[in-house]
Design a protein around this ligand. Structure first.
Ligand code: ATP
Length: 210
């Protein structure tokens, strides 16, 4: 069978080290031929406002600058409005009918996957790849996913998809909190320096070069 294409959606507000590292580890684990980062215009399950798309792209480019193979796809930004991943998958499928598609999500999204718009159609189009995330290591995550299946449709949708990857506590929420304090707090919280530099140049999250 042909090597799959790994799609990785996110808000990337701001991007952090796990956003760069996890897709690469996941791609290796599943033998993907390519990874595509797909910034959302608006995450339908998120109420806060995000940094503007052009700024999130600039930060993501800075994060991925050392990875010559990294591809950033802007179709959700171009589409605008709530970014329903099922639409994104359909558009990839329309471009290439053959390559198997997989999509990478972290444990927090796996735990709320049945809230995603038309999630069953998503599973008809692509198989998931799930990264453990604190506080859930692989085993703990599988136990909770199993409990959530009870009485629901498509039980076991996640089975065989949870990767055995090291836990990574990077989080955009944590970084936004640290950024609201100081550059030093953000660096201590693990913001990549290249991303902080874009944040300062563009005056994002209340930070600046001044
Ligand atoms: P926020 O804290 O604002 O919710 P985030 O850190 O989860 O942001 P997103 O852009 O929402 O960042 O993440 C994109 C995808 O990457 C999601 O599927 C999320 O679960 C996953 N992800 C992000 N950080 C990690 C991490 N540290 N470990 C595993 N998965 C992660």
């Amino acid at each position: 069978m042909a090597a799959p294409l790994l799609l990785y959606g996110g808000t990337f507000d701001p991007p952090h080290a796990a956003h760069g590292r996890l897709p690469q580890l996941a791609a290796k684990a599943i033998g993907a031929s390519r990874v595509v980062w797909i910034p959302a215009a608006q995450n339908p399950l998120r109420t806060e406002r995000s940094a503007p798309p052009s700024d999130r792209i600039a930060m993501l480019r800075a994060l991925l600058a050392g990875n010559a193979d990294a591809e950033i796809d802007q179709r959700e930004l171009q589409r605008g409005g709530p970014s329903y991943f099922v639409d994104t998958l359909r558009s990839f499928r329309a471009e290439d009918a053959k390559t198997p598609l997989r999509f990478l999500i972290g444990a927090d999204q796996a735990l709320q996957f049945r809230r995603w718009h038309d999630w069953e159609s998503i599973l008809d189009l692509a198989d998931p790849v799930i990264a453990p995330r604190p506080p859930h290591d692989r085993l703990a995550l599988e136990v909770v996913l199993e409990q959530l299946d009870e009485g629901q449709s498509r039980p076991g949708w996640w089975r065989g998809s949870v990767l055995d990857l090291p836990l990574d506590d990077a989080s955009a929420t944590k970084l936004r909190e640290a950024l609201s304090d100081s550059d030093e707090a953000a660096l201590e919280a693990g913001i990549p320096e290249s991303v902080l530099s874009v944040i300062r140049d563009r005056g994002l999250y209340g930070r600046s070069n001044a």
